[in-house]
Ligand binder design. Structure first.
Ligand code: PMP
Length: 443
């Protein structure tokens, strides 16, 4: 038995499913690959196998693993005494730096995870507007915050217009606080905002829906949301936990030129250390406690390890041509994958924007993706086999929907990944005709 299988059996006695997060098992092999260390673009498993990492910690390792500047910053926090629950000069300064680069941010609060950030953003919107309803989009994931845990990746029979909890044991009454619509549906959004806009506290979305195949907003869609929320006095919230820092320092709101009222950040901002942020216009943020009544507190909020790491992450991301280089490398990878697929006659394509992307296998590859419905018949089981084949070729794709590239990925890494992908695709093609598989249910 290999080391990962053994460790999984051991961990399963003490951790449900042998894991600390439901998304962590690799569907291609049925359990996680247990890692011993990471360095730059590489991960090393407990059996000594080396992988080019294309999961990049589900988006958190945008700078690669163990970036020396992040390590140095974490060391400085250790030197200050691993203080937590104390305010320091570094907290406000990080707020100022975020306000300088991210269009919607004038003030911020720090939390530990994306789930918390979206939870507090919704609470704040409800307090600020004195309304309870929230409008979200099918296929958009906002963490396991019960307020928003509906229609993440529903199977066809549970999909919109049904409102389906994405987790078990949610009280039925919570459903009354949420409206779900298909992404990029201009007409339905206009309709709902006209009918119920006056009841809606917030419209929340991933500006690019990376959690469902990197679906882009149609031209004018974000602008429409901006206009309608303004007209109705609802807040517009961009959940940039995953989309943030994939294209430029100002995040997707800068890339698309639409400024929301609030946004959430996470993953990349901490350079691999747990940090998330909700922030936005001063007038709204002044409603957060203790100034206002939207409660937000927590022992570990603004943990110094993460604050220092975030300063370092921003330093690195603000280096000259950081994003130009990163995005150019991503585009080379995407063009390379698409070229391989068409050359070997594989029905598929890659869809990405900036440093995050997804694979489309089968019918979705042949259509323009507008919403989750367009991705439902992706060949999920074939994808899992493909990821397994990649693993065997030294390329670590996780079976979650989104993959990423870090600034530590050099051109040589991209070459290796392209080689591995070509070989893995040829292997899965040799398995015979593709069979349709049900919707994924990631967790
Ligand atoms: N929002 C988005 C858009 C996400 O992609 C994620 C995580 N994938 C979350 C929220 C939740 O973040 P976390 O896992 O840190 O709770």
């Amino acid at each position: 038995m290999d080391g990962s299988s053994e460790l999984w059996q051991f961990a399963s006695h003490y951790l449900p499913g042998g894991v600390c997060a439901a998304a962590r098992p690799h569907k291609g092999i049925g359990h996680p690959v247990y890692m011993s260390r990471g360095q730059g673009s590489r991960l090393y498993d407990v059996d000594g196998n080396e992988y080019v990492d294309m999961c990049i910690s589900f988006g958190a390792a945008l700078l690669g693993h163990g970036h020396p500047k992040v390590a140095e910053a974490v060391q400085s926090a250790l030197d200050m005494g691993i203080m937590c629950a104390s305010e320091t000069e570094w907290h406000g300064m990080l707020g100022r730096r975020l306000a300088e680069v991210i269009p919607c941010i004038e003030m911020v609060r720090y939390t530990m995870s994306g789930t918390e950030a979206t939870y507090y953003a919704i609470k704040l919107a409800r307090e600020y507007t004195d309304r309870t309803l929230v409008l979200k989009f099918e296929g958009h994931f906002h963490g396991f915050n019960d307020y928003l845990a509906y229609n993440y990746w529903p199977a066809p029979e549970d999909a919109w217009p049904k409102v389906t909890p994405a987790v078990q044991a949610l009280p039925e009454y919570l459903k009354e606080g949420v409206i779900v619509l298909p992404f990029n549906d201009f007409e339905r959004v206009e309709e709902i905002m006209a009918e119920r806009g006056h009841e809606i506290a917030a419209v929340i979305l991933e500006p690019v829906n990376f959690n469902s195949g990197a679906i882009r907003p149609q031209p004018g869609f974000l602008e429409l949301l901006r206009r309608l929320t303004r007209e109705q006095g609802s807040l517009l919230i961009f959940d940039e936990i995953l989309s943030g820092f994939r294209t430029e320092i100002g995040c997707m709101q800068a890339t698309y030129g639409v400024t929301p009222d609030l946004c959430t950040l996470g993953k990349a901002i901490g350079g691999g250390v747990p940090l998330s942020v909700f922030g936005g216009a001063r007038e709204i943020m002044q409603h957060v406690s203790p100034v206002g009544r939207a409660q937000h507190s927590g022992t570990f909020n603004g943990n110094l390890l993460a604050i220092m790491a975030a300063h370092a992450a921003l330093d690195v991301m603000q280096e000259k041509s950081f994003f130009e280089d990163l995005v150019a490398r991503c585009d080379r990878l995407y063009a390379g994958i698409n070229e391989i697929m068409s050359r070997i006659g594989f029905v598929g394509r890659v869809q990405g924007q900036g440093a995050q992307f997804a694979f489309l296998f089968g019918p979705p590859a042949q259509r323009e993706l507008l919403r989750w419905e367009d991705l439902m018949d992706n060949h999920w089981s074939l994808l899992a086999q493909f990821y397994k084949a990649c693993l065997e070729r030294g390329i670590y794709f996780h079976t979650a929907q989104h993959h990423g590239i870090s600034s530590a990925h050099a051109d040589a890494d991209i070459d290796l990944v392209l080689e591995g992908i070509e070989s893995a695709l040829k292997y899965v093609m040799s398995l015979g005709p593709i069979e349709l598989s049900p919707a994924p249910g990631f967790f």
